[in-house]
Ligand binder design. Sequence first.
Ligand code: PAF
Length: 283
Amino acid sequence: MSAPIVVDNVAALRAQIRNWRRDGLKVALVPTMGALHDGHISLVKIALEEAERCVVSIFVNPTQFAPTEDLDKYPRQLARDLDRLREAGAHLAYTPGVADMYPAGFATKISVGGPSAGLETDFRPTFFDGVATVVAKLFLQAAPDCAVFGEKDYQQLCVVRQLCRDLDLPVEIIGAPTVRDSHGLAMSSRNAYLSEAERGVARKLNVVLRQTAAELASGADEASAVGEAAEALVRAGFRKVDYVAAREAVTLAPWRQDRDGRLLAAAWLGTTRLIDNVEIPGA
Ligand code: PAF
């Protein structure tokens, strides 16, 4: 595969995409913060099935990190990322700097309601404003036909869908299944923070979620099932559970037994916060 074109500014990005459009090519965008793993590569593969050209943005977006979070230590490994993108066949890597995305005087924020309520927002109150603002900017910069987001960040996927619906952004949002290691641990750039022993504990997150989702699907009481799931995670070695919650799959409103649902969780392993989610099949 040939190396992706690398551009670090919006003028060059638009010029390249204009050329492709002139040739009648469909363009897909995969927004990322870099530190690419197999989960991201699966998004690129889906993008390449959907469109003739795949753009991957790599931008560690400061506005979605709270001051107490891991912005400074978030893994940055551009050379390795570009190798992975070449192997995967992506056509362009867009790597803007912070000053390109947020020049001095930048003063706009997009705040999505609906599915952003609760869950992550209870613990990271400014997170989705940062995500929605940067995703809207990326969509307006690249003007892709479609964009691929992982189901691993399930609430983010729902928020991005809502953003596009509400602002009439003409981008088809494609949700991609979570990629897991052979023990069920969801791929995440933050897994790089885990020791080998912590990885063993981290794998329990998906095990507990799958068990609990099966119980809910077969009629277990929701409050006791999610309470027991949180206790099981602490017993397994998680330091703190932020939430285990059952939600309606599309709106993220409270789940009803007869509806397709999603069971979502966030929990801390030492200083690393992990999230995961699984389907709760409807009756
Ligand atoms: O999922 C991520 O990596 C980020 O939240 C995103 C969508 C690239 C926005 O910065």
